[in-house]
Design a binder for this molecule. Structure first.
Ligand SMILES: *Cc1c(COP(=O)(O)O)cnc(C)c1O
Length: 454
């Protein structure tokens, strides 16, 4: 009897029949392959064909210790056998307590309260709502505005989008968002010829001073990404900006929220980016690296001073009005404890210094490339800005989609290198080797040539 059994459909065909992917024009997958990954091994991802790829972007910046890290894997397994979940109102659990203790210990001294959420955007919502409700609780309900930075990104829920400034999202959802006061970015790509990062960052802080002078009475908080505007094309600035903004927020009695979701946990060279300016925020949002990529989790840290404004007899109304079903999930928190333990047990930040130097050296030659306006670096983030005109820093039209050509080429060379617009960047797991960095730089060099000559 002839077999009429249908030919087995590939994983990518099955995927495209049922899944709607994030931030993707799905039609593009008629042209570009989708890569079903079946395994992870350290810095590598392995697809269903057995092809290996260096995960140069730490899978959207979360897998800081690469894939399948044994210590985290085992902690998750152990917790699965113990307690998978419990309501976090009225009940607690050991991993949530241990993780909070660790977070309090490693963040700036004034941050000693931890509120859990389950993704970065939700953490930003929490920080915004906490700041807003704080002012209401202390009798200053006229404070209803936030100040944020141009070119900033804080996630994609409505509140997070409202304080963000990525044009693509703002244009579409603008009518749904609340009004935010936007301050010019300290993004040093725009400094004058010969001007230092330090001088430009300070000059941009003066513009924040003007806004605070004008709006402080109606402002709850300033929110920003310390040192690197990651989703905003990996634009960077000098720590002096944070120092100055802290002074201004003190002067005008406005909260300061640091969104360390992308830059926290060693990414900028220090455990937290704000350490480089030696300043403390009133709220700090962390997520991405917190579980090493094992489970979704986020946290907002704040001070006792803020906490006390919500502490009251009987009234739930004065308590912080926010909850998520999965708040304080024990498995996610156990992954968090194991991830932070790695920083305690091993000289991670010290080891990264060699990788940071290697990334700089491996990409030196890009500076001379006629279509590279800038190679910039903050710790374990290195970005290469492709342009049409080097001298005048004229960008390629984003519709030409040159970044995707780099991406396509890199895949053929065993690297997952996913540019942001015209910016090629490395944000690798901390377990990458110097040889693998050399390989990435070579692949990026080839990809750049293909992209700009196309
Ligand atoms: C990724 C990111 C967010 C949002 O986190 P999600 O987990 O994607 O919701 C917020 N802020 C910054 C700086 C980020 O990089």
């Amino acid at each position: 009897m002839p077999s009429h059994a249908p030919k087995a459909r590939s994983l990518s065909q099955r995927d495209l029949d049922v899944i709607w992917h994030p931030c993707t024009q799905m039609k593009e997958h008629e042209q570009y392959p989708l890569l079903p990954m079946v395994r992870g091994e350290g810095v590598y991802l392995v697809d269903d064909q057995g092809q290996k790829y260096i995960d140069a972007v730490s899978s959207w910046w979360v897998n800081i210790f690469g894939h399948g890290r044994q210590e985290i894997r085992e902690a998750v397994k152990a917790q699965v056998d113990q307690l998978e979940h419990v309501i976090f109102a009225g009940c607690s659990n050991l991993p949530a307590i241990e993780l909070a203790e660790k977070l309090v210990a490693i963040t700036p001294p004034s941050l000693n309260r931890v509120f859990y959420a389950d993704c970065g955007s939700a953490a930003v919502e929490v920080a915004l709502k906490m700041s807003f409700q704080y002012w209401k609780n202390v009798g200053e309900p006229q404070r209803t505005k936030f100040i944020a930075l141009e070119n900033g990104y804080h996630g994609e829920t409505m509140g997070a989008l409202s304080v963000g400034d990525v044009a693509l999202y703002k244009e579409t959802f603008g009518p749904l968002l609340f009004e935010t006061i936007m301050a010019p970015s300290p993004d040093c790509f725009h400094r004058e010829e010969g001007e230092s990062w330090y001088d430009y960052s300070l000059r941009q802080a003066d513009k924040m001073a003007e806004l605070l002078e004008r709006h402080h009475q109606e402002t709850c908080a300033v929110i920003l990404e310390p040192l690197v505007q990651c989703a905003g094309n990996m634009r960077m600035y000098h720590p002096v900006y944070l120092k100055r903004i802290r002074q201004l927020c003190d002067t005008y009695k406005v909260h300061l929220i640091f969104d360390e979701i992308a830059v926290g946990f060693g990414r900028t060279g220090t455990l937290f980016a704000c350490e480089q300016a030696d300043v403390e925020p009133d709220f700090m949002c962390v997520s991405k690296g917190i579980t090493g990529g094992f489970l979704p989790l986020a946290a907002v840290l704040t001070s006792d001073r803020i906490y006390q404004a919500f502490y009251d007899e009987y009234s739930t109304l004065k308590g912080f009005l926010h909850s998520h079903s999965y708040t304080g999930n024990p498995i996610a928190c156990a992954a968090g404890v194991a991830t932070l333990s790695l920083f305690e047990q091993q000289p991670v930040l010290q080891n990264n210094q060699a990788l940071i130097a290697k990334m700089a050296k491996a990409t030196e030659r890009f500076n001379e490339h006629p279509n590279v306006a800038e190679v910039r670096q903050t710790g374990m983030i290195l970005a290469i800005e492709m342009v049409k005109n080097k001298a005048k820093k004229i960008p390629f039209d984003w519709r030409e989609r040159r970044g995707i050509k780099v991406y396509q080429h890199a895949l053929t060379r065993g690297a997952l290198l996913r540019p942001l617009g015209n910016v090629i960047y490395f944000m690798p797991p901390y377990v990458i080797t110097e040889d693998e960095i050399d390989h990435l730089a070579q692949v990026a060099w080839e990809g750049l040539d293909i992209a700009v000559n196309d």
